[in-house]
Design a protein around this ligand. Sequence first.
Ligand code: NAI
Ligand code: MG
Length: 347
Amino acid sequence: QTLKIGMIPADGIGHEVLPAARAVLLALGSSIPKPEFIDLNAGFEYFTRTGTALPEETIRVLTEECNGAMFGAVSSPSRRVAGYSSPIVALRKKLDLYANIRPVASVSGTPGSDVDMVVVRENTECLYIKEETQIMTPNGKEARATRLITERASRRIGKMAFETALSRGKQNPVLTIVHKSNVLSVTDGLFRETVRGVPQLEEVQGRYDGVKIEEQLVDSMVYRMYREPATFDVAVAPNMYGDIISDAAAALVGSLGLVPSVNAGDNFVMGEPVHGSAPDIAGKGIANPIAAIRSASLLLTHLGHLEPAQKINDAVDAVLREGKVLTPDLGGRSRTQEVLDEVLKKM
Ligand code: NAI
Ligand code: MG
């Protein structure tokens, strides 16, 4: 038996951190089915060479041949580039990876705030449907974006969030619904109401009755995360708020280079560090590989290989606790490869 994993490094430090994910999966030996990696194209670099950011072949191999995938990061330019559209946003949509699950946890005995939370981000709609228009008016240009919130997507992300809350084995699980329905009462109102209604759905049969529901407006959510980070358990949010609060949460634990995620749907799962392509450090060999390594661990968890996943996490935690071999984002002087070697040694 093998574990076929599609590998999409994409751009920038994606090429530097994804090999680390591969190495830790290989190091698990026979505790998981033998991993077989399939290298796949996507990204802005690929687009500039070929005119396509996400080739059909990549989608085909992922859906027809792979058990799961790992994605590095893309460099989406801030200016509009004709014909280009972010492949990660497209992948999430095409594979219906409707949940982006982002655990942010500090390791006791390391610098930084005490935090142990999971951001569950809706991954398919909100402003990221990218329906934008611009017109010329007598007063100058006018731009608009459409924000889509559906009951269906809010319900399934709500369920995923309640499941996540249960899966952590906490005594008193709490789910915080993040929204701004004091202003956007129609769109965020629908999100809030739908998630709140999930425990009452007939099909869940009281399964979530033990999860306490709280709410937080997105702006004060960021504020509270900085003031009292330890008070959060699981937070669920529409796409854009989820994007923002998970980067904010990453700052609490010291670096974006530490925070993993998986993009999960009902049929497929793809690990992906939360960070982007980091053009400021790309090519220097100093990117922190831990977010990618932890993403590989999360991928295994979602594929049902809990113990090997834990083994990776324990090794990473040990390296962080020792604090001797760290990349510059954490104040160290070590290189990507040295951190990987240290994790492998601990494993
Ligand atoms: P970024 O996450 O790439 O970088 C933000 C800061 O964090 C930079 O100072 C970077 O050096 C640092 N950083 C990030 N990952 C690190 C790591 N593993 N080790 C050490 N330091 C790390 O965000 P930024 O700069 O806003 O965006 C850069 C590019 O990445 C943009 O083109 C953006 O579109 C893309 N991006 C892609 C994402 C994805 O593929 N899912 C997510 C976020 C941004
Ligand atoms: Mg982001």
